[in-house]
Write a protein that binds this ligand. Structure first.
Ligand code: NAD
Length: 256
């Protein structure tokens, strides 16, 4: 059913975005990658699954670059059928010390970028009669942690944005949902593991154990593969009436 459709996964050169891109590619979905760092490695991994793969290096904090990327997808792929708003960054500091530039970057990349991709992709989805928008929020879209004010504000905003656009599209064949992972061991979280190891004077394994024990009752990291399979489900016919949800995959974090 998904074969031949096109997905844009923002921030897909690494971590969760790459996991979701690979899961969608296994269903025959053509993939447009986006993000920084190594591009050729992720491109080759996706291409090995036999789908068409593209890349656009738009900086998701820059609305005009996002618009260029959406035009590129229209031109080269005939439009974006599955939009996965995944690009995100983190910064940890108490609010009174929070660098203003980091606040602005987190709001731009983790929240406003989803507005720009959505406003540009939705008309094409409605015209072609099918679409899926999946926003990578977080447990921090539902509950807070100290020292993450910008991230928590952006992710709560993204969950709210998801609900609003889901209502606007409720009678259409386009669904809009959010996924809310707990701890996933990606480069974004490894930085927090390193900081914890340094602060507590413990090794990597013990720092991971302590981070999980604090918040995630399963004591296991959620994986990019599990998130990829949830995205595939949200793209399926079975999920056609799942609308405006914030779907947790958090090892029990928000059940507490
Ligand atoms: P990651 O650091 O591994 O990957 C982030 C991706 O975003 C990379 O491809 C990076 O190049 C890209 N990126 C960063 N800034 C960008 C910009 N300005 N423009 C374009 N691309 C940019 O992080 P991850 O852990 O895979 O996180 C992916 C998403 O999942 C984020 O939105 C994050 O908030 C969310 N999330 C992560 C976790 C976790 O535990 N790792 C938990 C909940 C939610």
């Amino acid at each position: 059913m998904l074969k031949g459709k096109t997905a844009l996964v923002t921030g897909s050169t690494s971590g969760i975005g790459l996991g979701i891109a690979l899961s969608l590619a296994r269903q025959g979905v053509n993939i447009v990658l986006n993000g920084f760092g190594d591009v050729e490695g992720p491109k080759a991994e996706v291409a090995a699954l036999g789908v068409k793969v593209g890349y656009h290096g738009a900086d998701m904090s820059k609305p005009e670059q996002i618009a260029e990327m959406m035009s590129y997808i229209d031109r080269e792929f005939g439009g974006c059928d599955v939009l996965v708003n995944n690009a995100g960054i983190q910064h940890v500091a108490p609010v009174q010390d929070f660098p203003v530039e980091r606040w602005d970057a987190i709001i731009a990349i983790n929240l406003s970028s989803a507005f720009h991709t959505t406003r540009l992709a939705l008309p094409g989805m409605l015209a072609r009669g099918w679409g899926r928008i999946i926003n990578l929020a977080s447990v921090h879209g539902l509950v807070a942690s100290a020292q993450k004010s910008a991230y928590v504000a952006a992710k709560h905003g993204l969950v709210g944005f998801t609900k609003a656009v889901a209502l606007e599209t409720a009678t259409s064949p386009v669904t809009v949902n959010a996924i809310c992972p707990g701890w996933v061991l990606t480069p974004l979280v490894q930085k927090q593991v390193d900081a914890r190891a340094a602060a507590d004077g413990v090794d990597d394994a013990e720092a991971k154990r302590r981070l999980l024990a604090e918040k995630q009752p399963s004591l296991q990291f959620t994986t990019p593969e599990q998130l990829g399979e949830l995205a595939v489900f949200l793209c399926s016919d079975a999920a056609a009436n799942v609308r405006g949800q914030a779907w947790s995959l958090d090892g029990g974090w928000t059940a507490q």
